[in-house]
Design a protein around this ligand. Structure first.
Ligand code: SF4
Length: 365
């Protein structure tokens, strides 16, 4: 199959692994490479990439799962809308995320109107089909999801669908990378940049990280050969004292990205400061609706006030998302907290590091 089998080819995988072994010896020290994409985190564990590279190269998971980085205040606000009789339309992985006082799943079991949809367009159709309902779509996700939500909002206006609103929680990846580097809690030697997000924003979007912070960046795809080749390119840069952006995923990602999608986002959204779970407020890292589209902003039209939000006691998602600990270092991992009974968002989403570790860690040990 084109673009699958050739990127899983055993001989090629072994060849790149040997190249990594040699270049890691030339680097001559421990290095930490961080991915900021849940799909990379999953591919790394699922394909046993860690077992194919030297111990001196540590792969860290960063804030790459949109559900995980969405703070409890957002979940609490969504639950409050459900309690007030709004129809909540959401992606399925938000259902079980525990907020301060329960999840959307619990709101639904208490009679709240909460519906799982597969896209924001489905939510828009729902609003058109049930004009008596006030439909709030939970707009979370990175640059990959935001353009589709922008398209739905734009269409809602064109079609004069007035009972469709968005609770806007979209976030942007490059400002989060910058925040992690500036916080300097973990010395990151290189970034494995996300394939999906980069298909929208383009590989040039990371140039400031390489230039201003002297950190190598490589955009990578999701197959074993993609990830190993990206690791090799990062180590080569480190070995030669370079810091630049390279693109391993040229079959999907261009330097400029998807211009139409970026244009649509710029039309519908404004940049704003946004709160990330475990990281805090990051300047210009979130999207809110632009003035022309403010009518579709749930919080502007029907504000709800959340008195206080709190995190689950003992849950260390924040540290997991900053690459400070691995999921297994959380004392709740696997026993008290598991995918059927998650204590934190990183165990809920299939792109969350704790969920991924629960399913795949130890598979190749
Ligand atoms: S194992 Fe559970 S409680 Fe611990 S950090 Fe992960 S999600 Fe939170």
């Amino acid at each position: 199959m084109k673009y699958i089998s050739e990127f899983r080819e055993k001989k090629l995988v072994e060849h790149i692994s040997r190249k990594i072994e040699r270049i890691a010896q030339d680097v001559g020290r421990k290095v930490k490479l961080m991915e900021v994409c849940g799909t990379h985190a999953m591919a790394i564990l699922k394909f046993g990439i860690r077992q194919l590279i030297p111990l001196s190269v540590k792969l860290l998971s960063g804030p790459g799962c949109p559900v995980c980085v969405t703070p409890n205040l957002y979940i609490d606000t969504a639950c409050a809308y459900a309690r007030k009789g709004f129809l909540i339309a959401t992606f399925g992985d938000m259902m079980k995320v525990p907020g301060s006082d329960g999840s959307l799943s619990e709101e639904k079991s208490k009679g709240g109107k909460v519906k799982v949809v597969y896209s924001s367009m489905d939510a828009l159709k729902l609003a058109a089909s049930f004009p008596e309902e006030r439909v709030v779509f939970l707009g979370i996700g990175f640059e990959t999801t935001a353009p589709t939500v922008a398209a739905s909002i734009s269409l809602a206006r064109q079609q004069n669908i007035k009972n469709f609103m968005v609770l806007c929680g979209h976030k942007l990846i490059p400002p989060a990378m910058k925040a992690l580097v500036e916080a300097d809690e973990v010395k990151i030697d290189g970034f494995l940049c996300p394939g999906h997000v980069s298909s929208i924003i383009g590989s040039k979007a990371y140039e400031f990280i390489a230039r201003d912070y002297n950190i190598p960046c490589v955009v990578a795809g999701f197959e074993p050969v993609d990830i190993l080749q990206a690791i090799y390119l990062l180590l080569s840069q480190i070995c030669h004292g370079e810091a630049k952006v390279e693109n391993e995923y040229t079959r999907v990602v261009t330097p400029q990205g998807n211009l139409k999608a970026k244009e649509l986002m710029a039309k519908v959204f404004n940049l704003n400061s946004s709160e990330w779970r475990g990281i805090g407020e990051i300047e210009d890292s979130g999207l809110s609706l632009a003035e022309n589209y403010a009518f579709y902003d749930a919080q502007l039209r029907f504000p709800v006030e959340i008195i206080s939000s709190r995190e689950m006691e003992g849950c260390r998602c924040g540290e997991v998302l900053r690459g400070l600990i691995e999921p297994e270092e959380c004392s709740l991992f696997g026993n008290f907290c598991n995918p059927s009974n998650p204590s934190g968002p990183c165990m809920v989403s299939i792109e969350g590091a704790c969920n991924i570790y629960y399913r795949f860690a130890g598979k190749y040990d």
